[in-house]
Design a protein around this ligand. Structure first.
Ligand SMILES: Nc1ncnc2c1ncn2[C@@H]1O[C@H](COP(=O)(O)OP(=O)(O)OP(=O)(O)O)[C@@H](O)[C@H]1O
Ligand SMILES: [Mg+2]
Length: 234
């Protein structure tokens, strides 16, 4: 039986996790719809690992990754959320845990194991792997053979693994991880991205034969209560 040594002991609420804090909110319902759509799009495929990226920064990738992971966990799945944004990691902040160890520990310390660094969260079935110390060479680490091994390793322990990534137009990290995972979801912030950037992103993804599952249109207007997410498959 796979055991996790670390136990979370955070207090307070988790502002980013609307699906946990407000399960009956419209946005939580929308995440459940997105989950269903992803499940439909993977009906005949073995889809166990998902990359989440966007064209540019501050698009809602991390919010979408965490809420989607929690939504899948609510369906009695064992889900791991991985902070693979080794440049601007946020998973430890969302879940209020320390980030002294994480993905980069697994990447650089051969003696470390997944069960040493993964946190169990208060949401049943939801586990997190924070980034760990920020490295000087994220792209190199993510494209390493060791990273491929880690992806294979976590597949033995979890039903679904979601990778939160940096924007695809800025650095190669997301492109690299999209090629290592079964599917990619592209977050489009409404009004903040132009068509050329989306096309450019799609080209980068097709260059590495990434399977794009679909896009989530995110309304990032701060004081917009309607905080909508939509999903449309390709
Ligand atoms: N639908 C939304 N409505 C309101 N605020 C949102 C929404 N989605 C995201 N935000 C806010 O916008 C900011 C950026 O979101 P988030 O951190 O998820 O983006 P990101 O794409 O991961 O950014 P980065 O490129 O820095 O990793 C956060 O403060 C988040 O709380
Ligand atoms: Mg982010």
């Amino acid at each position: 039986m796979f055991k996790f040594k670390k136990k979370k002991n955070y207090t307070g609420d988790r502002p980013g996790l609307v699906v946990v804090n407000k399960p009956s909110a419209v946005v939580s319902e929308q995440f459940r719809t997105i989950r269903t759509n992803i499940q439909f799009s993977m009906i005949d495929e073995n889809l166990q690992t998902i990359s989440i990226t966007s064209a540019g920064p501050s698009s809602g990738k991390s919010v979408v990754s965490a809420n989607l992971a929690a939504t899948f966990a609510n369906e009695e799945k064992k889900v791991l959320l991985v902070d693979a944004d080794l440049r601007k990691p946020t998973v430890h902040k969302t879940f209020k845990v320390r980030n002294t160890e994480g993905l980069t520990t697994l990447l650089t310390d051969r003696g470390s194991s997944v069960s040493d660094v993964v946190f169990r969260t208060y949401t049943e079935g939801l586990y997190i792997l924070t980034s760990g110390a920020i490295p000087p060479n994220p792209a190199e680490l993510l494209s390493s053979k060791r990273m491929t091994e880690i992806v294979e390793e976590v597949k033995n322990d979890f039903d679904l693994i979601i990778f939160d990534l940096p924007p695809i137009l800025a650095v190669t990290d997301a492109q690299v991880m999209s090629s290592k995972t079964d599917g990619t979801i592209f977050v489009v912030p409404k009004g903040l991205v132009n068509k050329e950037q989306v096309i450019q992103s799609r080209d980068l993804l097709s260059k590495v034969n990434a399977k794009v599952l679909g896009a989530i249109l995110n309304r990032v207007e701060k004081n917009d209560d309607n905080y909508y997410y939509y999903y449309y498959g390709e």
